[in-house]
Design a protein around this ligand. Structure first.
Ligand code: MTE
Length: 321
């Protein structure tokens, strides 16, 4: 089957998939209350498992524009993408996240964008659907040493930020996940300072690769992948890709993320994929692509150096890890 290749690097507007708009809007309308369960907290990411069994769902729900990324790496199977997840608000083990998040209420949903902006706004799902949705095939590299290739649907964060007009003193963007311990049993554990918070420098946030994802594999985001809207920054470790966002603030000071707070020695603000800067517990030199057994070398900036290296010119990447 001939499938049009989308590089994930330059996405001409002619490649926008209108179906995504309608699908993601429709998917947004699903939801109910999630069952309660308790979790024991831990201040570190769980280590990578030797095998990655996914859910039993085999068939991707929608069409995708290509079967590989721009490096000719195959898409990770849908069942792994939706069955092997990190979402500590629901579970600490990757295989049970999908079941525990299945009834997470993701509609109605609002994202409030404010702080140092001229035009603060609260967006509901329909408002987010009005931004032109594109498919972007990106590699996702987890700091635990595994990776996937995922066909996301979403829109550049820069479009949202342009809409609220950052002021000249805005230097960083701070993101927050929903805080709702009723629905998210992990937030009842005191192991972390909830809600999940992440941050980007403003120039990183407006970079064309930085996406607000609303779907994957041709459909709206499943709850376990961060429905209804999550961040995707493909040259950074997976934990920067904050899920189920409700608040975005433009700020002057560097935000302290949940992971920086939990373990500053292990998690820096930048979290750029870098094979030469090991995590205290895991070498970052190689990775295992989920669905494969052999390990492969990890490229600097996760293979996106041509696009993003200039953002860090003159910076010591060992210090600014
Ligand atoms: N966002 C929130 N709110 N909570 C989390 O636990 N985990 C992060 C990131 N975003 C996480 C989160 C980590 S460690 C990774 S690797 C990615 O989500 C995993 O995204 P995926 O499950 O869609 O592959």
């Amino acid at each position: 089957m001939l499938v049009k290749k989308r590089t994930g690097i330059e996405i001409p507007s002619s490649e926008i998939t209108p179906k995504h708009l309608y699908l993601s809007r429709r998917k947004f309308l699903k939801g109910a209350a999630v069952g309660a369960a308790t979790l024991a907290g831990s201040a570190v990411l769980a280590s990578c498992r030797p095998s990655a069994p996914g859910s039993e769902v085999e068939t991707p729900p929608g069409e995708v524009g290509a079967t590989t990324d721009e490096l000719d790496d195959s898409l990770t199977e849908y069942r792994h993408v939706i069955g092997y997840n990190n979402f500590y608000e629901f579970a600490l083990d990757k295989e049970s996240v999908a079941a525990k998040a299945a009834n997470f209420v993701t509609s109605p949903w609002q994202v409030t964008v404010g702080g140092l902006v001229n035009n603060p706004k609260t967006y509901d799902l329909d408002d987010l659907g009005k931004f032109d949705q594109e498919e972007r095939i990106y590699r996702l590299r987890c700091v635990e040493g595994w990776s996937m290739v995922i066909p996301w649907i979403g829109f550049p964060l820069s479009a949202l930020l342009a809409d609220v007009e950052p002021r000249s003193n805005a230097k960083y963007v701070r993101f927050e996940t929903l805080y709702d311990p009723e629905q998210m049993p992990g937030q009842r554990s005191r192991g972390y300072s909830w809600p999940y918070v992440e941050g980007l420098r403003l120039d990183e946030a407006v970079h064309d690769l930085t996406l607000l994802a609303t779907g994957l594999y041709g459909e709206g985001l499943p709850p376990q992948n961060g429905a209804p809207v999550r961040l995707v920054v493909p040259w950074k470790y997976g934990f920067k890709n904050i899920k189920s966002i409700v608040k975005i603030d433009l700020v002057e000071e560097m935000p302290i993320s949940l992971w920086m707070q939990a373990s500053p020695r292990e998690y820096g603000f930048y979290a750029n994929v870098n094979p030469e800067v090991p995590h205290p517990r895991w070498s970052q030199a190689t990775e295992r692509r989920i669905g494969e057994s052999a390990r492969r070398d990890t490229p600097i900036f996760n293979g996106y150096a041509d696009q993003v290296a200039a953002l860090y010119e003159g910076m010591d990447l060992q210090v600014n890890f």
